[in-house]
Design a protein around this ligand. Structure first.
Ligand code: SF4
Length: 124
């Protein structure tokens, strides 16, 4: 089942700050200049119980940079990946286009899920 179609089954969990990966690993990973370190931060976010809320909040705040909710932000927008320095190859440009589409779908699904949870809380 697509995340976008999944019904919001419960409100956002209450989580101790120490349970957040970005509190338990070197926080510089989340703001690194290294594409590999940013990918590592993204993968660590994958196990975070607040990932959807974190991502939706970062989208709303238009975070200028860093990894939030498992996505890389640059200048307030989600980018599929941080490009290494140098001129990109044609294959990389094609792959980037695919990754951009996938990232946009993930962001849309996360924001939609969080909005649904908020609506349920307001209705309760
Ligand atoms: S999803 Fe947000 S709160 Fe969770 S580890 Fe990633 S940056 Fe931290």
């Amino acid at each position: 089942m697509s995340l976008a179609l999944a019904p919001p089954s419960r409100p956002a969990p209450r989580v101790e700050p120490d349970a957040l990966p970005c509190r338990n690993f070197d926080p510089d990973l989340w703001f690194s200049d290294s594409p590999a370190e940013l990918e590592l931060a993204k993968s660590l976010c994958g196990g975070c119980p607040l990932r959807l809320e974190c991502l939706a909040g970062a989208v709303e705040r238009q975070e200028p940079w860093g990894v939030w909710g498992g996505e890389i932000f640059e200048h307030g927008r989600v980018v599929a990946r941080k490009r290494p320095r140098g001129r990109p190859r044609k294959e990389d440009l094609a792959r980037d286009a695919e990754l951009r589409t996938e990232a946009a779908a993930r962001v849309e699904a996360a924001v939609g899920a969080v909005e649904s949870r908020k609506a349920l809380r307001l209705a309760a």
